[in-house]
Design a protein around this ligand. Structure first.
Ligand SMILES: [Zn+2]
Ligand SMILES: [Zn+2]
Length: 307
């Protein structure tokens, strides 16, 4: 696993360098956005701490033992199937358990129902009422079932519990995905809408220096080159039904919408940015864009991909 430092999104190649970001880089990227969005200062401060814990956790070794046999790989490539189902990802439960504790500790400072759920989960894990390592592994295998059982045992805010569990495994999903991505052609354009590694939907699209468009997986954080005029959610490539909206006062963002399936995806144009770019932040720092486009009747395409 390389210790390459993420400089900016433009220099990040999908499946290549930029896997880990230094804590100083993350703090600088969040600091720049906080200056621009003082109203979101508290929320961004919580994200900053979680991002830094996640980057530190990424140093865990990758699952070198997972190998795809050549015959299977040939079939996957021919059929354009993803390399592995998201539910089959291997995560380090011990390390994820530690990250869970850190994420909960950060969220104790969150307001409006966030702190209560974080505290309840943290206490349950400490007392042994909740087997957190098992819960995290179950979350990867079958997230829906985990929430049903958590909900029946504890009164938790489902959205917050999902956020905590997902963010506790996220760097390990990314590490596993990175190890698998060596099976892919990093430079080529992937013609499907789903992630070539895990089959999940993208949460963000990125335009970079050379005018190329890439997609960032909402599950495993893999980044891949995509067709430029394309809806990843229904694979529509008809110019007539695809359009984008610019965000007033924030030229680095635009929202691509598909009139065929009614989905939208946020796009960050890194060519229009001079501040440091940390992609997980770009998505998290723009909740108002989601509110606006959902009010307009579009739905977040990535929401359909929870698997
Ligand atoms: Zn993925
Ligand atoms: Zn579509």
């Amino acid at each position: 696993m390389t210790g390459a430092v993420e400089k900016d999104a433009a220099s990040m190649k999908p499946g290549d360098g930029g896997f880990r970001a230094d804590p100083e880089f993350v703090a600088g990227a969040v600091g720049a956005v906080r200056k621009l969005k003082p109203d979101y200062g508290h929320m961004l401060g919580l994200y900053e701490k979680i991002f830094i814990e996640q980057e530190r956790a990424k140093s865990a070794p990758g699952p070198a033992e997972f190998a795809i046999p050549r015959e299977e790989l040939n079939v996957l490539r021919r059929e354009m199937f993803p390399l592995v189902r998201a539910s089959r990802f291997i995560v380090d439960a011990e390390a994820a358990g530690k990250l869970f504790t850190s994420v909960c500790a950060v969220l104790l400072e969150g307001g409006e129902g966030i702190a209560e759920t974080a505290e309840a989960m943290l206490e349950a894990a400490k007392s042994g009422a909740l087997d957190i390592k098992k819960t995290l592994l179950d979350f990867v295998r079958a997230p829906g079932q985990v929430f049903d059982s958590l909900h029946s045992e504890m009164a938790l805010n489902r959205e917050v519990a999902q956020f905590i569990l997902f963010n506790s495994v996220k760097p390990f999903l990314a590490g596993f995905s990175r190890a698998l991505s060596s099976y892919l052609d990093a430079e080529g354009e992937w013609e499907k809408g789903y992630c070539p590694v895990c089959g999940s939907m993208p949460e963000l699209s990125v335009l970079s220096e050379n005018g190329k468009r890439s997609m960032l997986c909402g599950y495993c954080s893999h980044k891949w080159f995509s067709k430029r005029v394309f809806c990843p959610f229904c694979e529509n490539d008809d110019h007539g039904t695809l359009k984008y909206f610019e965000i007033e006062g924030e030229e680095e963002y635009r929202v691509d919408v598909c009139e065929k399936c009614g989905s939208y995806i946020k796009t960050v144009d890194t060519r229009k940015l001079s501040r440091p770019v940390y992609l997980p932040l770009e998505s998290a720092a723009t909740p108002y864009i989601d509110v606006k486009f959902q009010e307009m009747g579009y739905r977040p395409g990535s929401a359909a991909s929870d698997n």
